[in-house]
Design a protein around this ligand. Structure first.
Ligand code: FES
Length: 487
C-alpha cells in the first residue's frame, strides 16, 4: 500500500512550489485524493528524483561537510532534543512496521506449509504462483523508495505545522520559533512584542509537542496551561508534526495601530530619483503589518524650528521581516504631506542612527490569501514599493496559479530594481516580469488575455495610475478583483 503525502510536504521534498505541484494535478499528470498525493505517483511523475539531486539533501550534505559556519548550522539544524524526539518517533513507526511484516511472514509460512500438504495439481500451481510472486516482490526495488527515504529525512530535519481553523501549513526549520516560521510562510498570526512578554502570540497545541527556545516572562493561567497553550515567539516544534490553534489576522482591521521609534540603518540611492531607506525597530517592539500597507514616518527636521516632519509611505519589505522596514522614497513626491520628508532625505538631513517614528499601519490594498487566481501586479514608478511587499508575500504564501509583474516607468530603464525582478522570474516557473514604459502599458494590459481572470493589484501616484484604472475598468475585470493603492 502506497504512503500518502500532503501537497505541502510533497512540494517541500521535491524542492518545487506548491503551485507547480497543483499545476501537474490540474493537467492530469499527477493524481491526488483529498489534498494528498501518493508516494508511488510522485515517483512516477518525477522518476529522476533521487537523494543526490535533492536540494534539501544537498543542504544537509553541505552542513555535514562543514561548509557552513557553526552559527548557520545551529540555525538550520534542529536541537539535539528535537532530533532525538523525531528519530524516536520514526523508530517507533519502523518497529511497528517490523511487527506487521513479521506477522505477514508467519502467515505466508503457514500458507506455504498448507499448500505443500494439499493434493496436487491445483495446490502445486498455487504454490508456484506464491513463490514467483514473493521472488519478484523481494527482488524489485520498491517504487518510490527514494521519495520515502527523502520524506523520512525531511521529517527529522524540519517540522510540519498545520494551523487551525484556517488549515494553512508551514515548516519549521532548525530551532526557529513558531512565530518566525509562520511569518516566513506568509501567515499573519496574532502577536505583539515578539519577545515572550505580552502573551499575544498565544496558540493552543492540539497535537504534537513543542519546546521553549527563549525565556519568557509571560505567566499562563491554570486554564491556559491545562489547555496546552504556548507562546509562538518563544518555542519551536519538537515533534515532526504539530497542529496548532492560532488566532490569525484575516483583514487590515485585525491589525492594531502601533507607534514605534526605529533607527535609520542605511540610506542608499536606487537611481537619481529614488532613495531606499532602511529602518530597524527595537528587538522587543517590531511593526506588525500586512503586505501592501503603508505607515507614517516622522523625523526631526534639524533645520528651522526643528519641528517634526512627517510623510506617509508604503512599506516595501515583507511582513516576514518585521524588524527591518524598507521604504522607496521618490525625490519629487507630490503628496503634500510627504514632500517635506522626501526633501529632508534627498538633502541629506536624515542620517544613519537617527530616530524615526513609525506610526500605522494604514491601507487595505492587501493580498487575498485564499484566492487561487493568477495574480497580476502593476507598478507605476515607485508604486513598486508596495508591489514588492505584496509579491514577496505572494511567493511565501505560494497559493496563486501564476504571478505577472508589469513595471512601468516614464523613462526607459527607469525600473530601479530590475535584477530583483529578473531573479524572481528566473527562480519561479510561473513568474513573468515585463518592464515597460508608461505610454505602452495600457495597450499591453488590453492585450493580456488573462486580465479578467486575474486578481489585479495596481500601485502608484494617483495621476499616474488614472489612465491604467480606466483600461482595467473597461476590460470587464470584476471590481472585487481590482485592488488599488494610489497616492
Ligand atoms: S509576541 Fe509577545 S509574547 Fe509572543
Amino acid at each position: 500500500m502506497s504512503q500518502w503525502l500532503t501537497l505541502s510536504r510533497a512540494a517541500h521534498l521535491l524542492g518545487i512550489s506548491r503551485v507547480a505541484l497543483q499545476k501537474r494535478i490540474r493537467e492530469g499528470e499527477l493524481p491526488s485524493f483529498d489534498g494528498m498525493v501518493s508516494v508511488d505517483d510522485v515517483h512516477r511523475s518525477w522518476p529522476q528524483l533521487d537523494l543526490d539531486e535533492s536540494g534539501s539533501f544537498e543542504k544537509i550534505r553541505a552542513i555535514r561537510e562543514d561548509a557552513f559556519a557553526r552559527r548557520l548550522r545551529e540555525r538550520v539544524l534542529p536541537t539535539q532534543e528535537a532530533l532525538a524526539q523525531r528519530l524516536f518517533a520514526q523508530g517507533q513507526e519502523l518497529a511497528e512496521l517490523q511487527r506487521t511484516l513479521t506477522r505477514y511472514h508467519a502467515l505466508l509460512e503457514t500458507l506455504r506449509a498448507r499448500l505443500d500438504a494439499a493434493p496436487p495439481p491445483a495446490a502445486a500451481d498455487l504454490a508456484r504462483l506464491l513463490d514467483e510472486g514473493l521472488a519478484s516482490a523481494l527482488s524489485a526495488p520498491a517504487p518510490g523508495g527514494d521519495v520515502v527515504a527523502l520524506d523520512a529525512m525531511l521529517r527529522v530535519m524540519s517540522a510540519h505545522v498545520t494551523v487551525k481553523p484556517s488549515g494553512r501549513e508551514f515548516f519549521v526549520e532548525g530551532s526557529e520559533s513558531l512565530l518566525k516560521a509562520a511569518l516566513r510562510a506568509g501567515l499573519a498570526p496574532n502577536y505583539g512584542c515578539g519577545n515572550g512578554n505580552c502573551g499575544l502570540c498565544k496558540a493552543r497545541v492540539v497535537a504534537g509537542e513543542t519546546r521553549d527556545v527563549s525565556p519568557s516572562d509571560y505567566r499562563f493561567s491554570e486554564a491556559e496551561k491545562a489547555q496546552n497553550h504556548v507562546l509562538m515567539c518563544s518555542c519551536t516544534a519538537l515533534s515532526s508534526d504539530l497542529v496548532l490553534e492560532v488566532l490569525e489576522a484575516g483583514a487590515p482591521e485585525d491589525i492594531p495601530e502601533q507607534r514605534i521609534v526605529a533607527k535609520v540603518r542605511r540610506i542608499d540611492a536606487l537611481n537619481d530619483d529614488v532613495m531606499r531607506l532602511h529602518l530597524q525597530t527595537p528587538r522587543s517592539n517590531r511593526l506588525r503589518f500586512l503586505a501592501g500597507q503603508r505607515v507614517t514616518l516622522g523625523i526631526r527636521a534639524n533645520v528651522g524650528d526643528g519641528s517634526d516632519v512627517h510623510g506617509e509611505f508604503p512599506v516595501a519589505s515583507c511582513p516576514c521581516d518585521d524588524r527591518n522596514l524598507i521604504f522607496h522614497i521618490r525625490r519629487d513626491d507630490r503628496r503634500a504631506a510627504s514632500a517635506d520628508f522626501s526633501a529632508c532625505l534627498f538633502e541629506g538631513r536624515v542620517r544613519i542612527a537617527d530616530d524615526v517614528s513609525v506610526w500605522g499601519p494604514w491601507g487595505s490594498c492587501v493580498l487575498e490569501n485564499a484566492s487561487p487566481q493568477p495574480l497580476l501586479f502593476i507598478a507605476v514608478e515607485d508604486g513598486f514599493a508596495p508591489i514588492n511587499s505584496l509579491i514577496e508575500h505572494a511567493i511565501a504564501v505560494d497559493a496563486a496559479e501564476s504571478i505577472t509583474l508589469y513595471w512601468a516607468t516614464a523613462k526607459p530603464d527607469g525600473q530601479y530594481l530590475p535584477n530583483q525582478c529578473r531573479a524572481w522570474a528566473d527562480a519561479l516557473d510561473e513568474f513573468s516580469y515585463l518592464p515597460l514604459t508608461t505610454d505602452v502599458l495600457p495597450a499591453a494590459l488590453a492585450a493580456n488575455p488573462a486580465l479578467t481572470a486575474s486578481d489585479v493589484y495596481l500601485a502608484g501616484a494617483e495621476r499616474e495610475v488614472e489612465p491604467i484604472l480606466a483600461v482595467l475598468r473597461a476590460s470587464g475585470l470584476p471590481p472585487e478583483h481590482l485592488h488599488v493603492e494610489a497616492w
